[in-house]
Design a protein around this ligand. Structure first.
Ligand SMILES: [Zn+2]
Ligand SMILES: [Zn+2]
Length: 214
């Protein structure tokens, strides 16, 4: 079975998730935005082996600890989609922009694309390409848990910003309505920031999805 816990990191309270297979104790961290020591402590406390760092998109508050975790624990970095390469190349500028400690550019071990699968022990995650907030944003789904990690695509009652370079509002709305919502009303999603919700609840109540576009 797949298990997970959410660990908010950095002063943006970015939702990092530790997920693991309870048969093999192999684990992955989704969007480790910072505080690598704290994350490594938790991995050790639970007796897990960190195989992977999975990134939904290239923004610093989601990737800040990734390269340190790769170096310290030998984990592989998977994601985001290649279209977000420019964000990872700009990490040094991003650390100034967001007021973070200096972070060097890095390249993941694997870029992700629509339809890919990510193995975590005996479990697996499905990958969905959901551009708009950034051009290379991906979403992860655990079919068995009916849980999705959506990064900054969708929030409880809101959606991701599209005022960054190569962000696009219409593309973001299409990613949500054409790719995420059809996955099912009952799916619980963990957003990059703030409380979780379900696709069904957002479909009927999220003002960005329910207002007609005139
Ligand atoms: Zn973001
Ligand atoms: Zn974010």
């Amino acid at each position: 079975m797949l298990k997970f816990e959410v660990i908010p990191v950095t002063h943006f309270a970015q939702n990092c998730s530790l997920i693991w297979c309870d048969e093999t104790q192999r684990a992955a961290l989704v969007d480790p935005g910072g505080e690598p020591e704290r994350l490594m402590r938790r991995v050790a406390e639970l007796g897990l082996t960190l195989d992977k760092v999975i990134l939904t998109h290239g923004h610093l508050d989601h990737v800040g600890a990734a390269d340190t975790l790769r170096r310290e624990l030998g984990a592989q970095i998977e994601g985001p989609h290649l279209e977000d390469a420019f964000w990872l190349e700009m990490l040094a500028q991003q650390s100034q922009m967001f007021g973070f400690e200096h972070t060097e550019a890095f390249t993941p071990n694997r870029w992700l694309a629509q339809g890919d699968r990510i193995e975590v022990g005996n479990q697996s995650l499905e990958v969905y390409f959901c551009p708009g907030h950034t051009p290379g944003h991906v979403v992860l789904l655990s079919r068995s848990l009916q849980v999705a990690w959506v990064g900054d695509v969708l929030f409880a009652g809101s959606i991701g910003r599209t005022d960054f370079p190569r962000g696009d509002h219409a593309t973001l709305i299409r990613s949500i309505t054409d790719t995420l919502l059809p996955l099912g009303d009952d799916i619980v999603f963990i957003p990059g920031h703030g409380p979780s919700s379900t696709f069904g609840r957002e479909r009927v109540s999220n003002p960005y999805l329910t207002q007609p576009i005139w």
